[in-house]
Design a protein. Structure first.
Length: 303
């Protein structure tokens, strides 16, 4: 882990490359809600869409890994760890976040979930893995301000506290999940660890869709189109790009850069679904971009 964790002395090109990978991942993750919405509009249950999304992602990644020649094979116990922690953790995270929508609005979920950079910072500070210096605090504040501008302040009127607990639980879980993924990554190829994670997540959502008796094999054409796009653009590629960014930037920087996702979702919503792009959304995006720029400056050490 220590060889992969970025330090303040990292070269600027490494920060730039890591930021680029993380922004690419964010562009894919930003389309998840839109593509999922398009798929469920065809009559599919959410659990069916998630099951197909992760099963097909696992197939794609396993096929790719099988076509490559890697110098060593992962031991069975470590592979199981990736399926259980990487895949199971991802499935639990998605389940908690989506379950909260039964009690709270999507905007409230976004407000609470995108507190996760702060939870990442807390985890890393407690572990002594990363220093929470003034530059990172400023970036955290900018990213949080941008999120508030985009989704609005927390609305507590007539809302079930279970929704808050689920959404905040998802944020806290993600705050611990990101550093855990960096620690587990070690020197394994990103495609290999991503494949095992998707196998685990796919299994979890297959069990879920089977338990609620909604899983479907025969899907309409528009549903297939949305699920294939969801698989490739919003799952396979961003999962690989995210890990490539994470091993270069470290958990705190990666989490802060990733808060650009709500802004990209709003832009895609305007382009694909015709949703309005408000001045408040643009202002929030500007604040988050400012946070990303702040993170690119290197601290000068005095000998």
């Amino acid at each position: 882990m220590s060889d992969l964790a970025p330090r303040d002395t990292d070269a600027t090109p490494k920060l730039g490359t890591g930021t680029g990978y993380t922004l690419l991942a964010a562009s894919g993750f930003a389309a998840v809600s839109i593509l999922t919405s398009l798929a469920t509009r065809t009559g599919l249950s959410l659990s069916t869409v998630l099951a197909w999304r992760y099963v097909l992602s696992a197939v794609v990644l396993v096929t790719w890994v099988g076509s490559q020649t890697y110098p060593k094979r992962m031991r069975a116990n470590e592979a199981l760890r990736w399926m259980a922690v990487g895949g199971g953790g991802q499935a639990l995270l998605v389940y908690l976040a989506l379950s909260s929508l039964a009690y709270i609005s999507a905007a409230t979920l976004a407000f609470l979930f995108y507190t996760y950079p702060a939870w990442v910072a807390v985890v890393q500070t407690v572990r002594g893995a990363e220093r929470l210096d003034a530059r990172r605090v400023a970036a955290l504040l900018l990213s949080f301000t941008g999120t508030v501008l985009m989704v609005g302040m927390l609305d507590t009127r007539g809302t079930e506290w279970r929704g808050y607990a689920l959404a905040l639980g998802a944020a806290m879980l993600y705050g611990a999940f990101i550093p855990t993924m960096q620690w587990m990554q070690k020197d394994w190829p990103v495609a290999v660890t991503s494949a095992y994670s998707k196998i685990g997540a796919g299994f979890c959502f297959l069990v879920l869709s089977a338990s609620d008796r909604t899983f479907q094999f025969a899907l309409p054409g528009p549903a297939w189109a949305a699920i294939i796009a969801l698989t490739l653009w919003s799952t396979v590629l961003p999962s690989v790009f995210f890990m490539m960014g994470l091993i270069r930037l470290g958990p705190v920087r990666t989490a802060i850069v990733s808060t650009v996702e709500p802004f990209l979702t709003a832009v895609l919503g305007a382009l694909v679904l015709g949703q309005p792009l408000t001045l408040r959304t643009v202002g929030g995006g500007v604040a988050i971009v400012a946070a990303v720029i702040v993170l690119q400056f290197r601290r000068t050490r005095v000998a």
